[in-house]
Design a protein around this ligand. Structure first.
Ligand code: NAP
Length: 313
């Protein structure tokens, strides 16, 4: 049900790719803002956003876009935060909420907090929703429906501002959790960052093989390989920045992963069928729990039905 009165008078969307444009759609559908101001780095993307009617106003200059906005949302690669925060920081009005959608949170606090003026409520956030598609055409209003949005408010955050941002994500269809940035980064390292790194790696390995031709890899991909290629098709800039911005937690989880992979390799070498069977039974139960939690659909072929959207990140 759309809000009778918008939650915010003016929302500035800085970055209008998959996440920014999905926000624009849902903000419009749910009447969450009196005015949507869109800003992005390149004139081409800004023009495309305008053609798609994603905002009410379009600004090439991010500093101008945030003026008088009572909610500012950064939806740009995390590697760009420091420069953009420096540019917009002095122009965000006191009392406004400054938040983001970035996939890492420790680096965001480190890069943005020094540029946040007194009186501005800086509350980092991360919607756990996405697809492998990018750009302003990729967005859709239901992206956040039934998905979690994680907020990582700093210890001195204003509870009222956190409540207002929680109301915003709830109106977007999300469920909201709060945690500290370090915990967020460790959780996301295992549920999101590692799966993407593993997918990039296996697809890269297949691409490098000489004994199996590229055309065979493509031709027989439905046997498993193609499930990795969806993750491995994700935006290279975004994932380069995620890897560099959450290095410690990712390296920790990769260490655990490598140990477990070595154990699995050993079970295969020594023909330990019981160990293999036990592991594969345990992992099957994990998928069942994900379906029961409503975070995946139990449709044949992994929900790859044209009319069913499978969740991304
Ligand atoms: P996207 O579709 O690739 O869009 C990126 C946006 O950021 C575009 O507006 C782009 O502008 C702008 N941008 C790129 N490089 C920039 C730079 N150096 N300086 C300023 N602006 C720049 O990305 P997205 O998928 O929406 O991701 C946005 C953020 O959400 C990222 O931090 C990502 O980690 C996070 N996130 C993504 C997902 C996902 O599944 N994709 C899920 C949750 C969170 P131009 O096109 O004008 O260059």
């Amino acid at each position: 049900m759309p809000q009778e009165k918008p939650l915010f008078e003016r929302v500035a969307l800085i970055g209008i790719g998959l996440i920014g444009s999905s926000l624009a759609h849902v903000i419009r559908r749910e009447n969450l803002a009196g005015e949507i101001v869109v800003s992005t780095r390149s004139p081409q993307t800004l023009q495309r956003a305008e053609e798609l009617g994603l905002g009410d106003r379009y600004e090439a200059d991010a500093a101008k876009a945030v003026e008088d906005a009572d909610l500012v949302i950064l939806s740009i690669p995390v590697g760009a935060y420091s420069a953009v925060a420096k540019q917009i920081g002095p122009h965000v009005k006191p009392g406004a909420i400054l938040t983001d959608a970035g996939s890492t949170k420790g680096s965001v606090v480190r890069d943005v907090a020094p540029h946040v003026p007194e009186g501005v409520h800086f509350i980092p956030g991360h919607p756990i929703a996405g697809t492998e598609h990018s750009g302003p055409d990729a967005g859709f209003a239901s992206l956040f429906e039934g998905r979690w949005a994680i907020l990582t408010p700093l210890p001195d955050a204003d509870p009222e501002a956190v409540e207002k941002l929680t109301a915003f994500w709830t109106a977007c269809g999300s469920k909201v959790d709060t945690m500290d940035p370090e915990h967020h980064d460790r959780v996301l390292a295992i549920v999101s960052h590692l799966p993407h790194i593993i997918a990039y790696n296996i697809v890269g390995t297949a691409d490098d093989l000489e004994a199996v031709s590229k055309s065979e890899v493509i031709k027989y991909s439905a046997s498993g390989f193609r499930d990795f290629t969806r993750l491995a098709a994700s935006d290279p800039t975004m994932w380069r920045d995620v890897c560099l911005s959450n290095r410690d937690a990712i390296l920790e989880m990769l260490g655990r992963f490598s140990e477990d992979l070595a154990a699995l390799q050993r079970s295969i070498r020594w023909g330990d069928g019981d160990a293999l069977f036990d592991l594969f039974t345990r992992t099957r139960a994990v998928r069942r729990s994900i379906i029961e939690a409503g975070q995946e659909v139990d449709a044949p072929d992994f929900g790859r039905h044209p009319e069913i959207q499978t969740p991304g990140e």
